[in-house]
Design a protein around this ligand. Structure first.
Ligand SMILES: Cc1cc2nc3c(=O)[nH]c(=O)nc-3n(C[C@H](O)[C@H](O)[C@H](O)COP(=O)(O)O)c2cc1C
Length: 206
């Protein structure tokens, strides 16, 4: 069994998302652990060359040149890495109501047709059945209820990406209200730590 921890936590030791991810990591039992730090290992963005290579190779099933293969190398590596894991945990702060661009670039890198999803009998079909995913998002404001509920596109979009890839068990923790004063912060992060431990206990049988 393998667990892949994917983090984008540029506030490093001060990051609440990192603290929650570390708490999850401490609870992992009987599993190989691999960490992908997206602050250091920044995913590629599609450019003209790599988009052309991707469409030719993955949609049109054409042979592509070595240079074209090279343009897809990092995306292919990140895709293989994600596919090698049974459990994927992603942790990051909400940025402008969504996932930070670096995290989106990781999803764009791994959501490759024919690798993690495909079209089967004319229908989109996720290929990642059997895998589990946990998404940990910290936000300054509140989105679970109140006037901002419709502004939340970080946790909801990330869960949807895993759903599209066919993950079987997808959990999410919105560690919200982190900039809403000390009281709200400490109450909410305590709740998030409890949720992290509960999910880890369920998944690793602690
Ligand atoms: C560039 C940037 C954009 C942000 N955008 C939002 C936002 O749209 N909504 C929100 O509630 N908080 C926003 N925040 C606040 C962070 O999400 C919040 O402080 C979070 O707890 C940081 O997570 P961390 O402790 O893991 O670093 C933003 C912070 C930064 C630096």
């Amino acid at each position: 069994m393998k667990t892949l921890l994917v983090k984008y936590t540029p506030r490093e030791e001060r990051s609440n998302s990192k603290k929650l991810l570390d708490a999850f990591k401490n609870e992992i039992r009987n599993s190989e652990i691999e960490v992908l730090d997206l602050c250091n290992d920044v995913p590629d963005l599609f450019n003209v060359e790599s988009m052309n290579a991707y469409i030719r190779r993955n949609y049109l099933k054409e042979e592509i040149s070595n240079e074209q293969k090279k343009s897809m190398e990092k995306m292919d590596h990140m895709t293989r890495q994600m596919k090698s894991a049974d459990i994927v945990v992603v942790a990051f702060p909400m940025h402008n109501f969504s996932m930070p661009a670096t995290v989106k670039a990781w999803f764009d890198s791994i959501m490759l047709k024919g690798q993690t999803w495909d079209v089967v009998d004319g229908k989109y079909s996720g290929l990642m059945n059997g895998k589990k995913a946990l998404v940990i998002v910290s936000s300054g404001g509140f989105y679970a209820s109140g006037p901002m509920v419709n502004w939340e596109h970080a946790l909801s979009l990330t869960k949807m990406e895993f759903q599209f890839m066919g993950f079987s068990d997808i959990r999410g923790i919105l560690n919200e209200g982190m900039n809403a004063g000390n009281e709200a912060q400490s109450t909410n992060i305590k709740k998030s730590f409890d949720e992290v431990k509960k999910i880890a206990a369920e998944w690793y049988g602690n």
